[in-house]
Design a protein around this ligand. Structure first.
Ligand code: PFF
Ligand code: NA
Length: 448
């Protein structure tokens, strides 16, 4: 019933908290740091920052704008706004690929959320206290090598997500986001402080910000663009769905800037916390998805008050992962709900079970099923690569092209409060720079 009314966000703050709750998650800490390490450091970071500014910002604004105008779920919104002047079917397809992306991402996201849960418990029981790099590595290997343990934690994480969604307490989460988010920022700053005491902070700074452009390849650029979409929750219709709750009075550009600064800031802090530990312990930056799990416990295990800080950190990380996961499940549930006679609760269960099953295939990549299944990638890498490097950018491209080329240009400028020079900048970026950027990155990586 409440869907008919389609109540708008009670305040701008509530909206920012929901958007930030979706954006800030494992992507900022787990995925950002391991991508930076895997892709050679600073060149990746700088391209990523450029992608966030030039592609991420306009796509985020475009998704909110579509959602606010459409007042519907993403698939219908694009089909309907397209009206007679364009192929509604084609635009509906863009929406559908977003739902697929959300489904695929949640399956492996939940596996990593499970790692975070497991490390929360590990912090309480003092598992990391006094460990050296080898010890911490062995603990992580132990987790990875056990399909049963991974399944347990993956299941626990998905169960938490379903429990929160089914109880309908998602609204209540915003209050929690309001306190957890600053706490997470403070903890990251503390960890950066620890990084400074290792004597390897300068090395980390250089690794992250002094580019070796020789390390740049088509694939690194594609990875950086994929990370920009992933971390901002773009290209999945999620931000579109959120936009449909937005009041007319909310300033889209300003709000996008706030969310982006928060999201990017947390990612950069994570890098500055993790890489000093990497260099101080002679670890490999290109460690892969396990990077934060073999570095941060070293810090917690060897600093005063580390047990409590470790517990707080993994608790906050799990919480951030949960709020993102909830936003990932939402479009899938809505899709099922609309196409089947299932009730909301049943649709939630069915979606979650499907996600959970695919997650099992993903977690087996770390032990019993490491073999490549397609394009030389195992299931986990395939899910991650296909979504972040292909689906998300394509869907995001659809959103920006739609807003820049299919909607009335004047009314879009008015909605974004743009006049004169700023309108010109928007037009050039939204019509040419962002879409051509995405296309060029694709073509370039295909050729390279
Ligand atoms: N943006 C989230 C993160 O950085 O962890 C992950 C995510 C959430 C991606 C929701 C996509 C999404 F729709
Ligand atoms: Na993020």
């Amino acid at each position: 019933m409440s869907k008919l009314v389609h109540a708008q966000w009670s305040s701008k703050m509530t909206f920012v908290l929901a958007a930030a709750g979706s954006a800030v998650g494992l992507g900022n800490i787990w995925r950002f740091s391991y991508m930076v390490g895997d892709n050679g450091g600073a060149a990746f970071v700088l391209v990523y920052l450029a992608c966030v500014a030039v592609v991420g910002l306009p796509v985020l604004v475009a998704e909110w704008l579509i959602g606010r105008r459409g007042q519907k779920n993403p698939i219908n919104a694009m089909a309907e706004l397209a009206g007679k002047n364009a192929q509604p079917k084609a635009w509906a397809l863009v929406g559908a690929s977003g739902v697929l992306a959300a489904f695929l991402i949640l399956s492996f996201y939940s596996v990593i959320g499970g790692w975070s849960l497991s490390y929360t418990l590990g912090s309480v029981t003092g598992t990391f206290t006094g460990q050296d790099a080898d010890g911490v590595g062995a603990i992580f290997e132990g987790l990875l090598g056990s399909p049963g343990l991974l399944l347990l934690w993956h299941t626990a994480f998905m169960a938490l997500v379903v429990w929160i969604v089914a109880r309908g307490v998602t609204k209540g989460l915003e209050g929690a986001v309001r306190t957890m988010m600053p706490a997470l920022v403070v903890l990251m700053v503390v960890l950066v402080g620890y990084g400074m005491t290792t004597g390897h902070f300068g090395e980390a700074l250089a690794f992250m910000f002094r580019p070796d452009w020789g390390a740049l390849s088509g694939d690194v650029v594609l990875a950086a663009m994929g990370q920009a979409f992933f971390t901002l929750s773009l290209g999945m219709g999620i931000m579109m769905a959120y936009g449909s709750y937005l009041g007319e009075d909310v300033n889209l550009l300003g709000t996008a800037r706030t969310v982006i600064i928060l999201d990017t800031g947390i990612a950069l802090l994570a890098g500055l916390a993790i890489f000093p530990i990497v260099f101080a312990n002679g670890l490999s930056a290109g460690e892969g998805p396990g990077l934060i799990f073999v570095t941060l416990p070293l810090a917690f295990g060897n600093m005063t008050g580390g047990m409590l800080l470790g517990l707080m950190f993994f608790l906050l990380l799990t919480f951030a992962a949960l709020t993102s996961a909830i936003s990932l499940l939402e479009p899938v549930v809505e899709f099922v709900e609309e196409r089947t006679p299932l009730t909301r609760v049943m649709a939630t269960l069915v979606s979650a079970v499907a996600v959970w099953l695919l997650g099992i295939a993903a977690l087996m990549s770390f032990n019993v099923w490491p073999e490549p299944v397609m394009f030389g990638l195992n299931v986990f890498d395939l899910l991650d690569t296909f979504t972040s490097k292909i689906l998300l950018p394509l869907t995001g491209l659809g959103a920006i092209v739609f807003v820049a080329w299919c909607l009335d240009r004047r009314s879009v400028a008015a909605e974004l409060n743009l006049t004169g020079g700023s309108e010109q900048v928007w037009l050039v970026v939204a019509r040419y720079v962002a879409p051509l950027g995405v296309i060029l990155v694709f073509v370039n990586s295909l050729l390279g």
